[in-house]
Design a protein. Structure first.
Lengths: 130, 130
DNA sequence: CTAAACTCTCACATTAATGTCAATGTCAAG
DNA sequence: CTTGACATTGACATTAATGTGAGAGTTTAG
């Protein structure tokens, strides 16, 4: 598929897909005409990249992470010591982010539950007003 | 306490603490001399702000979130419909971020486990080489 | 064949979060 | 009282992620 379809499927702007490629997070084959061509695998890859970037992971680290995932997927647990150190250094901050977001998620859920009840009550009132 | 201590305790630069205040995420009392003064509560607050910002939540939304948490803490489940909508809109993206980060966390953990084993093995080899 | 829709590259603008520096004021210790 | 550490404000710089537009080639539908 071409970049437009990939963009549509991932809801990531073509501009960004090219940017991610430029940052080395993504490799795209080229058709004879120079157009980038992608496979279904790229859909997941781009989604993952965008997710991590939106979660505040800078592209430089996203690269390290995805490289690690790629190796894991290929059952290649070998990983240069230096990379392992980078990963280890990221673990803490990532866990903090998860904790922070989880807490906010729970807060929001709590609010929405109560709000939904209120709405229901209000609708009930509207249904049979005094 | 003054801004320096708060910065040290939260590991957030004074520059940013002031920035967060300017964005309305934080209210600081002022001493007679104009110095900002903080309480212990601010330590947690600033930590939370920094955590969310680093998790990719823009300050504008952090404000909405923290306002909600404040209300929840005060048992004030009332919340303008408009705010509830904003919260609802954030929920999805936040969950995605959590999912993304969680996956990366697991990948990293897996790697580190295996790496640790390798290191141990290598050390063992070093201990009694052929 | 032609027009519209896509693609390419390149350049420039923007936004948010942050760093940095300068000029000034305050405070605490010697 | 002076010096050094810290605070204040304000201006300016930077970085990363993104938006935007131009100019040129490609493809597809009519």
């Amino acid at each position: 598929m071409k970049i437009g379809e990939l963009a549509a499927r991932t809801r990531v702007a073509p501009r960004l897909i090219r940017y991610y490629e430029q940052q080395g997070l993504l490799v795209a084959a080229r058709a004879d005409n120079g157009y980038r061509t992608y496979t279904d695998d790229h859909v997941e890859r781009v989604g993952r990249i965008a997710g991590l970037v939106q979660a505040g992971i800078p592209t430089r680290l996203v690269k390290v992470l995805l490289d690690a995932e790629d190796r894991a997927a290929r059952d290649e647990p070998t990983c240069p010591k230096e990379v392992a150190e980078q990963l280890a250094a990221e673990l803490g901050p990532i866990e903090e982010r998860i904790a922070c977001l989880t807490r906010s998620r729970d807060t929001i859920r709590g609010f929405l539950e109560r709000t939904r009840h209120e709405v229901v009550l209000r609708e009930a009132d509207a249904g049979h007003p005094a």
